[in-house]
Design a protein around this ligand. Structure first.
Ligand SMILES: CC(=O)[C@@H](O)[C@H](O)COP(=O)(O)O
Ligand SMILES: NCC(=O)COP(=O)(O)O
Length: 239
């Protein structure tokens, strides 16, 4: 099974915003990575618009011909943006305004009513929903309860443990993927995945539909080139 690569382009917006102009051009970058073979584009507009701006989400709509995935905390402003842009997938992430990056998955039990309401609004509008979760079986069962189409496994801990040589850290992710497959919830994954760890992760996780990768992919591209790096990921994701 081939796992789709969705390139997270937040870091391109970070670089652009550093000078206040339009270099590098985010839309051109998204077009290019799709031409290089990426099967999706991911953005994560944060409320302070420190990298992706809400207007970027609109500008990308007409040029993303692969899978368009918008991630974020479903505050009303974010929900209205997603409902206007209508990407193929929205990924709900419970990040606080001041978080440097996403640092936890949803508690799908505690936030059951809220998530059920939000997910039903997106689904009514034909947008596939995914929720960001830690590798915890109870959270997968909760994801089913709230009606999510997919879960995105939060892979930071796996990536950290893998870098220390602890491959056994994959086990809770495998268990959650197996449970998701049984419950007919699709499985995505992301955060700190890289050329180092992606092949092992993708081989071990049953039914892995998609990975979204940004930080490492952009950093690796500084040395190896974007075209080359995208293709290296695609090869590692082909089983
Ligand atoms: C949801 C997630 O895992 C994040 O990795 C995210 O999309 C990246 O966000 P930043 O680029 O703001 O760190
Ligand atoms: N959903 C995870 C994502 O889009 C990218 O995370 P990272 O590779 O920037 O850590």
């Amino acid at each position: 099974m081939t796992t789709k690569l969705s390139v997270n382009i937040n870091k391109i917006a970070t670089l652009r915003n550093a000078r206040g102009g339009d270099v590098p051009n985010l839309v051109k970058f998204a077009k290019d990575v799709q031409n290089y073979g990426a099967q999706g584009i991911t953005i994560h507009p944060r409320p302070d618009e420190r990298h992706i701006r809400y207007q970027d989400a609109r500008d990308l709509k007409s040029i993303v011909h692969t899978e368009y995935n918008i991630e974020g905390n479903p505050i009303r402003k974010f929900m209205d943006l997603v409902l206007e842009v209508k990407p193929m997938q929205v990924t709900l992430v419970p990040d606080s305004i001041d978080a440097i990056t996403s640092n936890a998955g949803w508690n799908t039990i505690q936030h059951k009513d809220f998530l059920t309401e939000v997910i039903s609004e997106f689904k009514k509008n034909g947008i596939r929903t995914s929720i960001f979760v830690d590798p915890d079986l109870a959270m997968i069962d909760g994801a089913k309860e709230v009606g999510a189409d997919r879960i995105e496994l939060y892979t930071e801990e796996f990536a950290h443990q893998y870098s220390l040589g602890n491959k056994k850290a994959i086990q809770s992710y495998i268990d959650c993927a197996v449970r998701s497959n049984e419950l007919e919830i699709g499985v995505n994954a992301g955060h700190d995945l890289s050329l180092e760890n992606i092949e092992f992760f993708a081989k071990e996780i049953p039914g892995l539909l998609e990975v979204s990768i940004g930080h490492a992919l952009i950093a690796e591209s500084l040395y190896l080139g974007v075209d080359n790096v995208v293709n290296m990921y695609l090869k590692k994701l082909k089983q």
